[in-house]
Design a protein around this ligand. Structure first.
Ligand code: ADP
Ligand code: MG
Length: 273
């Protein structure tokens, strides 16, 4: 069993209903498997991926683990279209990701994918709610609607109220990662990619953030691919893929109880820094 939050637990509501705008298709993404076939990627003489194939069904949560330098980030970057593999291909719902033209690939990343990085990569000059609204504004949603949507996600992730108005530098590391998770989820993406999202947090905060990430991704029906060093994290995912020396070393489905999908208790974020 995951380390359950012991205090200040609260029940969160299911995600807001998908909005009728182009970046938030209501249903098709749920059938969109992410498939990597024979991915090879080199940096000069270094083989970062030596032929990796993975089929990730829609809605699955996958923990990617392995030693430093084994190719985890390169795999995530190829899966998400940030890098083009030297050989092999990536498809989402049967459509090719890896061979799209740059502009189409950027659009796909913006509209169908959400990203959470180790340091959040929030925009320092913008308050939390505007950081979260950004993917919706880029997709053409009106400002008022985008901010309202952002507010509802921030509230659900325990960083509502006054925290919505703070800039990233005025939030704790855990609070900032909650904002980053809200931003990754706000446009109802098909897949969320997270690269060591708790790497800069203390262990307790890291666990809390990881539990929120896996639970909210599951509730939103999004596929989650998360790179982590923390063996606890795998417990909150439905599958563990271990990468070693640029190859898949092991690939295991979780045998533990699947994540709950409704009425899940999440730890409350105290407004303390
Ligand atoms: N931009 C880059 N230029 C040169 N080598 C790189 C670059 N990014 C990664 N590598 C190399 O590719 C290998 C895999 O790196 P990476 O995917 O970042 O590993 P991990 O995320 O598992 O730590 C490593 O040997 C790393 O040094
Ligand atoms: Mg890495």
């Amino acid at each position: 069993m995951p380390d359950a939050p012991t205090s200040d637990a609260r029940t969160i509501a299911p995600p807001p209903a998908p909005t009728a705008h182009p970046a938030a298709p209501a249903s098709p993404r749920r059938r969109d498997a992410l498939v990597a076939s024979g991915l090879v990627h080199r940096f000069g003489q270094v083989v970062a991926l030596g032929g990796v194939s993975l089929t990730i069904p829609a809605g699955q949560s996958v923990a990617v683990m392995g030693p430093s330098g084994s190719g985890k980030s390169t795999l995530l970057h190829c899966l998400s279209g940030i890098l083009t593999p030297d050989a092999g291909e990536v498809t989402l719902g049967g459509g090719r990701v890896s061979t799209l033209r740059d502009a189409d690939r950027s659009r796909l990343r913006r509209e169908r994918f959400g990203f959470v990085f180790q340091d959040g990569q929030l925009i320092g000059e913008l308050p939390a709610r505007e950081n979260v609204a950004l993917p919706l504004l880029l997709a053409g949603m009106g400002r008022a609607a985008a901010l309202a949507h952002a507010d509802s996600w921030l509230e659900r992730l325990g960083v509502g109220g006054d925290m919505r108005l703070r800039r990233p530098g005025e939030l704790s590391g855990g609070q900032a990662q909650r904002v980053a998770i809200a931003r990754a989820l706000v446009h109802d993406p098909a897949v969320i990619f997270a690269d060591e999202p708790t790497g800069a947090l203390d262990q307790a905060t890291g666990h809390e953030v990881m539990q929120i990430l896996t639970t909210t991704a599951s509730m939103a029906g999004a596929t989650l691919v998360v790179v982590t060093h923390d063996p606890h994290v795998a417990r909150w995912c439905s599958r563990l893929v271990e990468i070693r020396d640029a190859l898949v070393h092991s690939d295991t489905l979780a045998t533990s109880t699947p994540l709950p999908t409704t009425g899940t208790a999440l730890p409350r974020q105290e407004d303390a820094r």
